[in-house]
Design a protein. Structure first.
Length: 469
């Protein structure tokens, strides 16, 4: 058995095998947030809900909602609440995030107590893959099925990521962790790009495959679930921790109960590691800026820069594939100058990218592609090094609990960036001023990370510090 947080591994060859296998889960699960959530499900579920609203008003009133105007009169209802079909996706994301905030801390606490984390990862991953594939059944007017499946899939995705992250200190020592984390993140973006390219071929050339557009989207969902499940087999095969739980392992019911108790203890004890919390707070701030830039970039390109849809699709693909290169570069640079300095350089580049976005001229797709290259270079690496650096600031044996806080905090603060962007845009009437307002997240994050003495933070929790930091 490997020792959590230890710099000594019993078998270097086995450790490298586990590291390679571990990286494949980034490849496997990345299809869910990219092809499913970001590109296809948002528009498809909205169209299904709009069709349901149109059918309902046709049956019950003389004035059916106008086609393609889901934000006006196309009301749908669930649990006694009525709202426009066009608002469904936004509300669904909010609900799914709240549910994750409630579930993930318990997941982390249970993961640290479970004797078979590999089995736990497999159950969550295959559960998410299955619900993703079942999205292929959504069609006609049954948007409610899509809501339920997405919430379950989103829970499985987030919970599996918490368990997946908690493996990192077990399979990589202090000096290996940055490279392993960045390689995994880079693999994730490469996998997302490959899957999205294949899905775009299915969608754009659906006539050649004898399908209509809706059938093509349902095939995308089905193939995304299969992709997630098949590539999950690679990390499950490579990682140790399989087999039957140890004889002294708590039963499932008591594990859940102890998970709740341990979560309470984690929240109470975290205050004893103020440097870890300081880095975590800085991460929550700048990762909100990163997520917001990615989320609003298509809107900025479409509404402010007047770019066509095909240019926006090309931009998404550029970001995915360049992010692979950027992730690997971050790992290489961290090897020589340390993770903290590399993160600071990355945040400085984010500042340059956001400021440059303000000056991109309308209709200039090549300039927008240049921004995509800049985003891709720092997108994966910033988060990957934050993941590995945080793993070193966590008390040994408590990785699952702290990574659940890491993920929960990220989701709990994810409303700030979009709020700033929307608020500035509404107040000024300019998307350019809205986009440049996001520099505050990167500037503040840069300053806060610079102020954290990470070596002291690592030593404070009882972990050995890497040679280069």
């Amino acid at each position: 058995m490997s020792v959590m947080g230890s710099d000594v591994a019993p078998d270097a060859a086995q450790r490298r095998r586990e590291q390679r296998g571990w990286c494949w889960y980034d490849w496997a699960n990345s299809v869910f947030p990219t092809s499913v959530s970001t590109v296809f499900l948002s528009l498809y579920l909205t169209s299904v809900a709009t069709a349901a609203a149109q059918a309902d008003t046709s049956r019950n009133g003389p004035n059916p909602c106008p086609a393609g105007n889901a934000l006006v009169d196309c009301d749908i209802s669930i649990a006694g609440l009525s709202f426009p079909a066009g608002s469904l996706w936004g509300y669904l994301l909010s609900v799914a995030t709240v549910v994750q905030v409630l579930v993930l801390p318990i997941t982390g606490a249970i993961a640290d107590r479970a004797r078979n984390k590999r089995l736990m990862l497999g159950v969550l991953a295959f559960g998410g893959a299955a619900t993703t594939a079942l999205l292929a059944l959504v069609g006609g007017e049954n948007w409610q099925l899509g809501v339920v499946l997405f919430i379950i899939g989103n829970i499985c995705f987030g919970a599996s990521v918490v368990v997946y992250y908690s493996f990192l200190p077990e399979i990589a020592n202090a000096d290996e962790r940055d490279m392993v984390s960045t390689k995994g993140w880079a693999f994730g973006y490469l996998g997302a790009g490959v899957a999205l390219a294949l899905h775009l071929v299915i969608y754009l050339f659906h006539d050649s495959f004898g399908m209509d557009a809706d059938g093509a989207v349902r095939l995308v969902f089905l193939s995304s679930g299969v992709w997630w499940a098949v590539f999950t087999l690679l990390p499950l095969t490579a990682l140790r921790g399989g087999g039957e739980p140890a004889e002294d392992a708590p039963r499932a019911g008591s594990t859940v109960l102890e998970g709740f108790k341990q979560l309470k203890n984690t929240l109470l004890e975290a205050k004893h590691y103020p440097l870890t919390l300081a880095f975590l707070g800085a991460y929550w701030i700048f990762t909100d800026g990163i997520a917001t830039v990615v989320q609003v970039a298509p809107q900025y390109g479409n509404l402010e820069l007047k770019l066509p849809q095909d240019a926006l699709i090309v931009t998404v693909l550029i970001v995915q594939f360049i992010a692979f290169v950027g992730g690997m570069l971050h790992g290489w640079l961290a090897k020589y100058i340390g993770a903290k300095k590399t993160i600071l350089i990355s945040l400085a580049i984010w500042l340059v990218v956001v400021i440059a976005a303000y000056f991109v001229q309308a209709g200039q797709a090549n300039q927008f592609y240049g921004l995509a290259v800049g985003i891709g270079l720092v997108l994966g690496g910033t988060n990957a090094l934050s993941r590995s650096l945080f793993s070193q600031m966590v008390p040994p044996g408590r990785e699952g609990e702290y990574f659940s806080l890491y993920e929960v905090g990220e989701r709990s603060t994810s409303w700030m960036g979009p709020l700033v962007f929307a608020g500035v845009g509404q107040a000024t009437g300019s998307f350019r001023l809205a986009i440049i307002s996001l520099v505050v997240f990167f500037a503040l994050g840069l300053v806060l990370v610079a102020l954290v003495p990470v070596r002291r933070a690592i030593e404070a929790v009882g972990n050995p510090a890497p040679k280069v930091l």
